[in-house]
Design a protein around this ligand. Structure first.
Ligand SMILES: Nc1ncnc2c1ncn2[C@@H]1O[C@H](COP(=O)(O)OP(=O)(O)O)[C@@H](O)[C@H]1O
Ligand SMILES: [Mg+2]
Length: 268
């Protein structure tokens, strides 16, 4: 399988600290009485694309949401175990959660631009951080839009409403909004499932280029997509991490029967 940027294949079961963007240690998570994530331990490599696959309801969104503590918003949620971002325990009581969410950006299935101009969408987070210099904001908006492969399409209408953009453009705008904050990790939760196939391919190519900027984590229930874009793939089943290895191995020679059953479509 040809990836846009070839690089040596790492053994994700044995990453060094320097190679690790996120480390999950014995994570268990409950929503009320429901044990949604069970004994998850893994390391996610820096500057690579890691995909999470598995049946609907297996815990993919919950797991990636734990990486920027989005589950904290649900009162019935509790968890045990640790998650380290570049060695820092993100569940520590002194963790600054707003800063964490800029370092670990998130893009959802439905593009959710704010009801404001293209420019204001992209500069929103920076202005929230207190950046006021016009020049600095202009530069940040331009470079984030370029990184999200949207600049050429919008540079002449930056001050028009984001609502006029197509779905694929809105999704790239939301990616630009996250990139403007220079995240270490970008979480993409089924980012193309609301988009048409051509727009999907466009976003997949964009992801390959973004690896230089940050670590990418993508949730997808589209196995072809995982095989196409991701360097590493983690298969979850009923809240457990069943198999996690480089994507070529996972999709061609899976070790576990459950993985094989899933990738060959024996269950949906
Ligand atoms: N906020 C929540 N409150 C209660 N249960 C939830 C909540 N979010 C997810 N769940 C449950 O946790 C399980 C995993 O959900 P999710 O992580 O969304 O799965 P996936 O993304 O793999 O489809 C499901 O059984 C789901 O119903
Ligand atoms: Mg989900």
């Amino acid at each position: 399988m040809l990836k846009l940027f070839e690089h040596e294949t790492l053994d994700v079961s044995n990453l060094s600290d320097a190679e690790t963007a996120l480390e999950v240690q014995d994570l268990n998570l409950w929503f009320g009485n429901k044990h949604v994530l069970q004994d998850i331990s893994m390391r996610i490599p820096k500057h690579r694309i890691t995909a999470f696959i598995g049946q609907s309801g297996c815990g993919k969104s919950t797991l990636v949401s734990a990486f920027n503590r989005l589950n904290d918003l649900y009162p019935g949620c509790r968890y045990q175990g640790s998650i380290y971002l570049d060695g820092r325990d993100i569940n520590h009581k002194k963790e600054n959660v707003s800063r964490l969410r800029t370092q670990v950006g998130m893009v959802f299935q439905r593009p959710n631009p704010f009801p404001m101009s293209i420019y204001d969408n992209v500069s929103y987070g920076l202005r929230l951080q207190g950046v006021r210099g016009r020049r600095q904001l202009d530069d940040a908006v331009e470079s984030a839009l370029k990184d999200a492969a949207l600049w050429d399409e919008v540079k002449d209408r930056l001050f028009e409403s984001a609502q006029i953009l197509s779905g694929g453009q809105q999704q790239r705008l939301v990616i630009a909004r996250a990139l403007a904050l220079k995240p270490d990790v970008l979480l993409l939760d089924e980012p193309t499932s609301a988009l048409d196939p051509l727009t999907t391919l466009f976003i997949e190519e964009l992801m390959a280029g973004l690896k230089k900027r940050c670590t990418i984590v993508i949730v997808t229930h589209n196995m072809q997509q995982a095989a196409r874009v991701s360097d590493y793939t983690a298969f979850l089943h009923q809240g457990r991490l069943i198999e996690y290895t480089d994507s070529d191995t996972l999709f061609t020679m899976p070790e576990k029967k459950q993985t094989e059953d899933y990738i060959t479509g024996r269950y949906g």
